[in-house]
Design a protein around this ligand. Structure first.
Ligand code: 13P
Ligand code: SF4
Length: 302
């Protein structure tokens, strides 16, 4: 903490000078999440907040696809990423050309893209979804079959909750695919009574042995509202650090699968972003217009 304090002060001073707002995903480290973020949330919440922002500059505490989504919804604002290399294994698993090939292979079948995709991919699909609205989005299309890209596990987990037939792409989150059912059962044996909350990017076998599955925000709500005595968050490790700081009576069992992309975002890099107004995230306007439609259609579903 002592090493963070000068950065926290400098960032909080400078964001007022620049009329900047800092959006932080739930996987940001606690010094970002609790000390400099103006808004925190899961992918859906951040997309909605970006749409409402009246700041001149948005600094995205999150990975590149999140900054791109903010830019899509704020074409006239400057959107900065503290690290251009903050990627995502899901977003990198599929391209716009892959989606065009799927359209040819499955004519007339609607395509849903998880927000963890590039603007190029969003531009080619019918609608976006996040982990918190995926079933609702799929069912809103009124089709018997729907293609979901790029996360095969999210697709399997949605398929288990709907009658719609789901055709899945083969991508996976490098953080969540590492969890196994056996590991969860071992945690249960070592920590009796633990409530297991898992992210829908986990393999199906992990969701099947969990007590609850939901987006990062849904997991946080569960802990805040139900205050379980012991909880295990089957997701990226900063989540437990962030929620534990505000729920001291809850014991957190802590597996630690770490997202190397999220962890590229640090206080010194956020300060540099604000100081030098870099690195700006841009999207080709023709692509942006089509990609924005897919994101907006999701937001309009409510
Ligand atoms: P959420 O939308 O649940 O925050 O998930 C985003 C993400 O990248 C999870 O790995
Ligand atoms: Fe992508 Fe997984 Fe990291 Fe989320 S946790 S940003 S899905 S690699």
């Amino acid at each position: 903490w002592p090493f963070h304090a000068p950065y926290v002060k400098a960032i909080n001073d400078l964001k007022h000078v620049r009329n900047a707002t800092i959006l932080a995903h739930n996987y940001m480290t606690p010094e970002i999440y609790h000390c400099v973020a103006d808004h925190i949330g899961d992918s859906l919440q951040l997309a909605k907040l970006a749409a409402k922002s009246d700041a001149d500059i948005i600094v995205q505490g999150g990975v590149h696809f999140m900054a791109e989504t903010s830019k899509l919804l704020n074409p006239n604002k400057v959107v900065l990423t503290p690290d251009m290399k903050a990627g995502c294994s899901l977003a990198e698993s599929i391209t716009g050309a892959d989606v065009r090939a799927l359209r040819k292979q499955y004519p007339g079948v609607p395509i849903v893209a998880y927000v963890n995709t590039s603007a190029d991919v969003k531009a080619e699909v019918d609608i976006c979804c996040t982990s918190s609205n995926a079933v609702k989005v799929v069912e809103s299309l009124g089709a018997d079959r729907v293609i979901m890209v790029p996360d095969r596990y999210l697709a399997q987990n949605v398929a288990a909750q709907t009658k719609v037939e789901i055709i899945a792409w083969s991508g996976a989150c490098e953080v969540h695919e590492r969890f196994t059912a056996e590991e969860i059962e071992n945690y249960r044996a070592d920590h009796p009574g633990v409530q297991v909350l898992a992210h829908p990017e986990c393999p199906r076998e992990v969701i099947e042995v969990s007590d609850f599955a939901g987006s990062t925000a849904a997991m946080i709500d569960f802990v805040r509202s139900r205050k379980p005595a012991r909880v295990l968050l089957v997701t990226e490790c900063s989540m437990a650090d962030n929620v534990a700081a505000e729920t001291p009576d809850v014991e957190f069992v802590r597996p630690c699968n770490f997202c190397p992309h999220m962890k590229r975002i640090t206080l010194p890099k956020i300060l540099d972003s604000l100081l030098y107004v870099r690195e700006e995230v841009t999207v080709d306007p023709a692509v942006a217009e089509r990609a924005r439609r897919s994101v907006q259609r999701m937001i309009d579903l409510g």
